[in-house]
Design a protein around this ligand. Structure first.
Ligand SMILES: Cc1cc2nc3c(=O)[nH]c(=O)nc-3n(C[C@H](O)[C@H](O)[C@H](O)COP(=O)(O)O)c2cc1C
Ligand SMILES: CCCCCCC(=O)C(=O)O
Length: 372
């Protein structure tokens, strides 16, 4: 029997007394031990000197919290309404490529874990599993609305439209269009390792040409522009989210072009090295967008307090990229479940300590920004 007890502690500390992991970095270390070094570098690395990659995490250090006290409130309520659904917490899974390279459980294992946590998986266009199989895993877990699809619009509009139809038919509930990748960032680890291709047996299954059955290469299109976003909105009724916005002028344009949410992201530091960190770019994007559409954020979220900070700065929800890959590479589906459980517990505990019952209670008054 513990000499110390509290009314919320055990529920917020599901790993107490258990073996590792107690935080996400424990799973990262385990994943790194298991992965082939070239694959570890692909999953871990960023562009150029990895300045933005490092800064995404350290930017959260600039914030200190100003907790409120004597507010009571009992049980925390982390539920978060977003694009027509309600997530069990303000944390979703960012799109990341090649899950079956990390672990045989792949995207299906990830989907099962996400369904169990009752949040959203954004399936990468570079997934190694067909969208229909991932959707079936969500359906089997009775969470059909929890799958979104990430799209790099292809210059071949016919193929793009056929993929959108496929994704709609599978039951995805939103299209996340990645707009920070007119070309691939210069990932020097991959260049050194010569990491170019997936091993035999793995491929980007959602790139299968409907006519030939052949897997097409993903084209990152430097001609992508606002008229193409208008075109995309015209060919689907799914909500369209733009991922990779950092500049407030682009956030304003996104709203003017009728998008349904704006996702502040620098692609986890993998595209433009030296780009602003997500958390630094967030306040001016929130200001530009106002209440018109939700603002999401990813990049460097590793702790409940990081989630709390992003929400206090005006994000509706945050995404996690690498931590999910760590969980998957370390332990497959249960590892992803652990990542999401750890973040939920950490966020609940941080909110309790900060005097907030629900995400709507979080505002900039709870933050003290340190000079850097
Ligand atoms: C290995 C890896 C693969 C990624 N693949 C994609 C992708 O296919 N599409 C996309 O929009 N973003 C992709 N991203 C970026 C993530 O969606 C996300 O923006 C980023 O990982 C967030 O930062 P974090 O890893 O610090 O959480 C990828 C990131 C990583 C690390
Ligand atoms: C040629 C396009 C491959 C994209 C792979 C996934 C991705 O976005 C990444 O960051 O890696």
């Amino acid at each position: 029997m513990s000499p110390v007890t509290d009314r919320v502690g055990p529920r917020h500390n599901p790993t107490a007394g258990a073996a590792l992991p107690v935080n996400l970095r424990d799973l990262r270390d385990e994943a790194w031990r298991r992965l082939d070094p070239a694959h570890r570098d692909y999953f871990t690395g960023g562009a150029g000197d990895e300045r933005t990659l490092r800064a995404n995490e350290t930017a959260f250090d600039a914030y200190r919290l100003l907790p409120r006290v004597l507010r009571g409130g009992g049980e925390r309520d982390l539920r978060t309404p977003l694009l027509g659904g309600t997530l069990s917490m303000p944390v979703l899974v960012s799109p990341t490529a090649f899950h079956r390279l990390a672990h045989p459980d792949g995207e299906v294992g990830c989907a099962r874990a996400v369904a169990g946590a009752d949040t959203v998986l954004v399936l990468s266009m570079a997934a190694t599993t067909p969208v229909e199989a991932v959707a079936a895993a969500m359906d089997a877990a009775d969470r059909p609305g929890r799958l979104w699809f990430q799209l790099y619009p292809q210059p071949d509009l016919g193929f793009t439209e056929s993929l959108v139809r496929r994704v709609e038919a599978a039951g995805c509930r939103a299209l996340v269009v990645t707009v920070d990748s007119p070309v691939l960032g210069r990932r020097e680890r991959d260049l050194r390792n010569g990491f170019l291709d997936l091993p035999p047996g793995l491929g980007c299954e959602n790139m299968r040409d409907p006519e030939t059955g052949r897997i097409r290469d993903i084209v990152l299109d430097a001609d992508l522009d606002w008229p193409r976003i208008d075109w995309l909105r015209g060919v689907t009724r799914l909500p369209v989210v733009l991922k990779g916005i950092l500049h407030p002028a682009d956030a304003r344009l996104a709203v003017a072009h009728g998008v349904d949410a704006v996702w502040v992201s620098n692609h986890g530091g993998r595209q433009l090295d030296g780009a602003a960190t997500a958390v630094d770019a967030l306040p001016s994007v929130v200001d530009a967008v106002g209440d018109r559409v939700p603002v999401l954020l990813d990049g460097g979220i590793r702790r409940g307090t990081d989630v709390l900070t992003a929400l206090a700065l005006g994000a509706t929800a945050v995404g996690v990229g690498r931590p999910v890959l760590w969980g998957l590479a370390a332990r497959g589906e249960p590892g992803v479940r652990q990542v999401l459980d750890l973040l939920r517990a950490d966020l609940g505990q941080a909110m309790t300590l900060a005097g907030a019952v629900r995400p709507a209670d979080l505002g900039p008054d709870l933050l003290n920004r340190m000079p850097r």
